[in-house]
Write a new protein. Sequence first.
Length: 313
Amino acid sequence: MSGRLPPVEKLPLALRKNVRDEFDNKKPEIEKELSDILTVPWTVEASPNQVFAYAKDGYAKESLGSCIAAYFKGVIWQLKSYESTYGEAGLKELNDICHAHVLTIDVDEAKRFTYGGVDVDERGALRVLFAPDNLGCNIDYCAERDTLLKALNNATPAKEGGISFSARTGIRQDYDPKIEAIRAKIAELLAWPEIKLDPNWEQVFAALKAESQVKNTELREDWQAYMGYMAISYFEGLQSQVQYQKFEDDDLLQEGFRDVVTSGEIKFRVVEKLKDDSYSECEIEDGVLYLQCTAKTWGTNTSYTAQNLVDKL
């Protein structure tokens, strides 16, 4: 049963005037500023009578319209920081996830936040939330970065294959700009221009997500944001090992590699158990060279994953 308070039937005259002057009349200005930041048309919605049901002495009780407008302006302020950090691609992600393109305000019925926060509701609207007993407190920080990122992660659309917003952002920022140069260098060392690298995002994400839900896991809390960075580390480690093992200067090693890695593919994966007593290892199966680790050892000693590559050929 919901613990939501019923909206008040009628606001006092002074508050109705404040709502009209400070929210209703300024709503177009707020919507324009919000839409300008997010690059597509957005609207804002509020139910002053519902919000006022939670007002206690102070700002919300005396200046309800100003308070509601301040919540929306606080989100806009935080979105400016978000845009400067994540750029055009990050704005597209947010617009796709919050596909209703509506910013609204509501009570945090689940009591997830001490003062306030944000989430994405079932219709795809971005909701700024206030704690039932703290309406009007810490208004500017409801949509601070970590809170907003968590909301976007939790609302990741199924069409994205379950890979979270945070993981996709890390991949875009840390992996995409660097991986071709690494692939090209590995191809040069192996004398195989067409060599392919596969980060295997969905399998890795699913395995790490399962590990993150294990009680007392040692997996770092920010693992999603570091998926791109760690994938780069494993492939850079392979490049380093291929160079150290002198593949570039040895026709026999290059030939041996082509004879067993017949697919021309190098793939990263997370496995349940390693064959070697180590943090990671390489394995060749069905013509594919796998760089692999367990979820528990993900990100540890990445430079040594392919240290036994020659033994596998």
